[in-house]
Design a protein around this ligand. Sequence first.
Ligand code: DGL
Length: 281
Amino acid sequence: MNAAEVHTAKGPIGVFDSGYGGLTILEQVRRRLCRYDYLYLGDNARAPYGTRSFEIVYEFTKQAVFRLFDEGCSLVILACNTASAKALRSIQQNDLPRLAPDKRVLGVIRPTVESLSELSHTGHIGILATPGTIQSQSYELEIKKMYPRFEVYGQACPMWVPLVENNEAQGPGADYFVEKYIAELLAKSDKIDTVVLGCTHYPLLLDKIRACLPPSVSVVLQGPLVTDKLEDYLHRHSEIERRCSQGGSCRYLTTESPQKFSEAATLFLNEPVVAEHIVLG
Ligand code: DGL
């Protein structure tokens, strides 16, 4: 392929997560922007990312993003808060300009934060997320930048991703750990009126989470917000939009057993999924 062809070649929109969680974003995005092709990559063999160091999450995420570029994606969504918190900025600022200046990578934290002014009356926001996302303070920094008077209360929920990844989201263990972390969050302030599910796995626990929160508290789900922002992005960046192929298809790549991924993803999405195995790193 010559240089001109590289710049006009079309490919799917890449969607990356450490595991299955990003499927909650993919489902919403595909529902609205169904004309595009998508390529999902779950690094299930190395999930969860939420308890891993900054360096490791950055390295793993970079490998996944460049694999999606190799597969023809010009645009990759990090449908993972942990990767968005720990790797997005470095990839955008250091790696893309040097190694892939015509490619784009977007995260899920900023689109979520941008919506908060419409949702919160008190300006007291609870963030439920992985330990890695909470430690990175990405939500707090982003919220304070946009809304300096808001107060942010982070709550790490280390057991929630393992419960979802192990298909225990409906079990009694999930009840215990949802009650525990929500109680710990609410103990931090009685003014919290908006709670962000800052991990793409957490919508699988939504019923239990809502049941533990006072009815007056709004729960922010990222899928629709990311879809809004992606639609807007594609509208404003025709040079990228032109390179997104439009066949309505979706392929799935996983670093774990493809059978295992296919079975779990079929449950997540309520439609048949056939995954392909890849090796990263
Ligand atoms: N879905 C990822 C997120 O949004 C889960 C992270 C993990 O693998 O722990 O943060």
